[in-house]
Write a protein that binds this ligand. Sequence first.
Ligand code: PLP
Ligand code: 3DJ
Length: 406
Amino acid sequence: MRAAELDAVEPLAHLVERFVRPEGLVYLDGNSLGPLPRHVPDAVGDVVRRQWGAELVAAWNSEGWWEAPQRVGDRVGRLVGSAPGQVVVGDSTSVHLFQCYVAAARLRPGRRVVVADPDAFPTDLHLLSSAARLCDLEVAPARPADVPALLAARGDEVALVALSEVDYRTGERCDVAALTAAAHRAGALALWDLAHSVGATDVDLDGAGADLAVGCSYKHLSGGPGAPAWVYVARRHQALVDPPLTGWHGHADPFAMDGRYAPADDVRRMRIGTPPMISLLALDAALDVLDDVTPPQLRARSTSLVGFLVEALEALVPELPLAGPRDPARLGGHVAVRSPDAWGVVRALAARGVVGDFRAPDLVRLGVAAPSTTHADLATAVVDLRAVLDAGEHRDPAHAVRPTVT
Ligand SMILES: Cc1ncc(COP(=O)(O)O)c(C=O)c1O
Ligand SMILES: Nc1c(O)cccc1C(=O)C[C@H](N)C(=O)O
């Protein structure tokens, strides 16, 4: 009942109609793949049939394909508080992360320490470990809450503080502005992984004075499977930033075909090679959904949904503790609860048409896509979760088999 009332007064409720919502499915897995906006198949069809099929190579000019990484970058940048000219889209989050780790080390020669969250998403840690071997860096582990103490102790050695705004497991947010300021006071740079933030929080990169940031676009932006990610370089660093992967798309004059590398004088130097253009243009189309929405408006809707989900979980399944904080202001776009039977719970929910996801070892993670999830979806999910537990459906041996992708 309360869910219907909240949906009725929700100012962005009209966005829901812009998405394909498969009949009978409550989709709460926006963290791995956001839902499909209705108009994207036609937009991609146009890219393939008309632009590629009829215009062929001319489309690099006539359709603006060459400049698309910057143009789409600016559209993404608006959602993370970046003024135009500081974001490009094109490679995976993993690749952009690697570019940033090495580039940051090169911007702070003489400092060897990179502070990183040991519970960060694994790709962040794997790439940092490789960058550290390459650049002779030391990785100093610290949870976000412990970063100020580490900076107080070893600040003059620190080149970079690399964190995620939203913890991919628990959903807990950290204070981007405060931690960036702490890094700067120590003379270090701040790199933010905003994979779980863009489209869910109102993170303000320029306002926080962030140096570097990356994020993906297949989660809350609904850019589609394999959609290219994005990288932000604050304007003040663009003339000096020296990424390790120096491909021809980052050259000052790519079609001069000059064998000597001369980087573009702005954020274009973060480009590498030819981007996955069909995916990039699918993302471009998907972003239309948010054209008339500001980040604070989107954040308000996300907070309402997340807050409702927390309350419903606490009221109906109190035996499953929240993995993160209960205050929605301190959460990103998902809520996780702990259960020793988390895998069985997620499978049993899926059998009832509620798609969440399992994160090892014990999390049931429920993702809220601010534009497309409704309070009613969340009420259905939590009622089904109660029913799963009451009926013991999570203990069904049929759920024992795990597929490759969880
Ligand atoms: C915080 C974070 N960083 C990076 C990634 C992965 O990036 P990629 O798109 O390169 O697989 C994810 C999710 O897969 C993530 O949650
Ligand atoms: N990118 C993914 C994929 O290709 C397959 C499965 C999951 C993903 C994810 O994005 C996982 C996600 N970053 C997470 O927080 O769990």
